[in-house]
Design a binder for this molecule. Structure first.
Ligand code: SF4
Length: 99
């Protein structure tokens, strides 16, 4: 999964759908699954992707993330392995942001 020019999550399809880790991926899947809901109201991730070259200094998804902290705005999370073969770029999975 790419966001704002970076890999934010990478895993095989089954792992990605069953153990979705990054808030952006979670938002995308929530949007897709909302299409089949009884009320048919489409979920959308608030905000827009920042224009190329105008990235935030911290996490590029920070302005749109409902779990963002001060640290997220200051530091760029690394893409790290959270389980075998499953990579995620988010402080939530390094135990550095309250879940
Ligand atoms: S690092 Fe912070 S802002 Fe970025 S996706 Fe994770 S919780 Fe959200």
């Amino acid at each position: 999964m790419f966001y704002a020019g970076q890999i934010v999550e990478q895993a095989d399809v089954v792992e990605l759908f069953t153990h979705t880790a990054h808030p952006y991926t979670q938002g995308l899947l929530r949007a897709v699954t909302s299409l089949g809901g009884a009320n048919r109201k489409l979920y959308t991730i608030p905000g827009i992707v920042p224009p190329g070259g105008q990235w935030l200094s911290g996490c590029r998804f920070a302005d749109r993330c409902d779990r963002c902290t001060e640290r997220c705005r200051k530091e760029m999370p690394e893409l790290s392995e959270i389980s075998p073969g499953h990579l995620c770029r988010c402080f939530l999975h390094s135990g550095e942001v309250e879940t």
